[in-house]
Write a protein that binds this ligand. Structure first.
Ligand code: SF4
Length: 435
């Protein structure tokens, strides 16, 4: 992991909904410095899927996304009836709201007047200088930051019109997507000049594409050229099943390289998945402090003797609903490799022949039938959570360790098969021990 890239910092929100800082950390002598000490935690954004002007539905969707963990929620405002709905939506919600503006600069001004916390502008479809200046002035007057979001799809038609793009095309000629990168950088330079001339620096940048490799290259170039925080995303990534691979490979690569200050994973699916997967990505990279349980589960193999896939899904849902502390919970298909793979888990179950042994921080607490595993495991997780919250125990304090000799014939799982294989290979049989 590379250290986070320092940027200017923008603040999204207000006294009522709270403020989310994006980016930060430039030294005080930087020409765009704001004096912030270090980058803010990477935030997770998403966007409502319904109409903004159907106020009750929009508010309900924003509440759902907030409950899922979204730090910032964006809404589309294609028509005046959408911006007219904003004041009431803002009144009823508790998370910073961004207005997504395309084509009509007046929607941006209306959204700012309604009290929205941030504006997204697309240089590909709001290009008139006087219109851009009017939006900048409205945002400056109210302290509202702007995301300048170039998208591959909406700037492509300009490629034969810009001399600067041709110039930059030569610079990027050795890169696979050189021309696209040139257009994106040129468009951003041209657009941001309008902002700088009006002494407006509360800007975030995005440069999305549906191609993960373009996203990685574009943001890498932009990170090297502009001091602003970056909003990462793969646009039109597709349904969750495939979009998650495309998004995570692009965003994960950039974040691991220290690039990116806020993220939006976008799926052709329920946006709650965008929030859940965005948070999981940040937790996995250690860029945010995990909230709730971390689930470890084995992929199963020929030794499995319970319905582990169903059990794992059920455990995941229950943990998400009932556990708030970042404990590690392991659901393992057998005791053979399970203990080793679940090392460090606070609560673990090792399944056998239609039953499972449950451990809490290395201490064996129960052996139950398959039908009881879910409830008992959850009970143990909740009891453990209470002990953590009361200060009686600490997360990760004890571990399940593998030590010989073996007392574990009782599960009747793939143990005998595995033990037999190990014995044939001349290895010492494994067992587990509480520590
Ligand atoms: S060896 Fe056991 S823990 Fe590992 S995948 Fe197979 S069933 Fe799961």
């Amino acid at each position: 992991m590379q250290p986070r890239r320092p940027t200017r910092q923008i603040i999204v929100g207000d006294d009522r909904v709270g403020r989310v800082a994006i980016g930060g950390g430039l030294p005080a002598d930087h020409r765009f410095a704001d004096g912030s000490a270090k980058p803010a935690p990477v935030s997770v954004q998403t966007m409502t899927a319904g109409y903004t002007h159907t106020i009750d539905k929009c508010v309900a969707e924003i509440h759902k996304l907030t409950a899922a963990g979204a730090d910032i929620v964006r809404v589309a405002v294609p028509e005046k009836k959408d911006t007219e709905a904003l004041a009431e939506i803002l009144n009823q919600t508790t998370v910073p709201i961004v207005a997504d503006v395309h084509f009509h600069f007046k929607r941006a001004i209306e959204a700012v007047e309604a009290g929205v916390h941030k504006i997204r502008l697309n240089p590909g479809n709001i290009q008139d200088r006087a219109q851009v200046e009017a939006v900048i002035d409205a945002c400056k007057a109210r302290g509202v930051p702007i995301r300048v979001g170039v998208n591959e799809g909406s700037i492509i038609e300009r490629k034969d019109k810009q001399a600067r793009a041709k110039e930059l095309g030569a610079v990027f000629s050795d890169q696979k997507h050189g021309y696209m990168l040139a257009i994106m950088v040129a468009k951003l330079e041209e657009y941001l000049d309008i902002f700088y001339e009006r002494d407006f620096f509360d800007v975030a940048i995005s440069a999305k594409s549906m191609d993960a490799t373009v996203v990685i290259d574009a943001y890498t170039e932009i990170a090297a050229r502009f001091p602003h925080p970056l909003h990462l995303g793969v646009t039109h990534a597709g349904p969750k099943e495939t979009g998650c691979i495309r998004s995570v490979v692009a965003l994960g690569t950039l974040l691991a390289n220290g690039i990116g200050d806020t993220i939006r994973i976008s799926y052709a699916s329920d946006p709650v998945f965008e929030v859940e997967d965005g948070l999981e990505l940040l937790w996995s990279l250690g860029l945010r402090e995990r909230k709730g349980a971390e689930l470890i589960a084995c992929p199963t193999c020929g030794r499995i003797q319970v319905d582990l896939f169903t059990l794992t899904q059920d455990v995941r849902k229950k943990l998400a609903a009932e556990i708030q502390v970042p404990m590690k919970v392991a659901v393992m298909g057998c005791v053979v490799n399970g203990p080793g793979e679940a090392e460090g888990a606070d609560v673990a179950v090792f399944a056998g022949d239609r039953k499972g042994i449950i451990y809490v921080q290395g201490e064996r607490v129960a052996t139950v039938g398959e039908a009881e595993i879910l409830d008992r495991l959850l009970d143990e997780c909740k009891a453990f959570q209470n002990r953590v919250l009361s200060g009686e125990v600490k997360l990760g304090e004890k571990r399940v360790e593998i030590v010989p000799p073996d007392p574990l014939g009782e599960l009747g799982s793939g143990w005998e098969k595995m033990a037999g294989e190990r014995m044939r290979e001349g290895a010492t049989p494994l067992t587990i021990k509480s520590t």
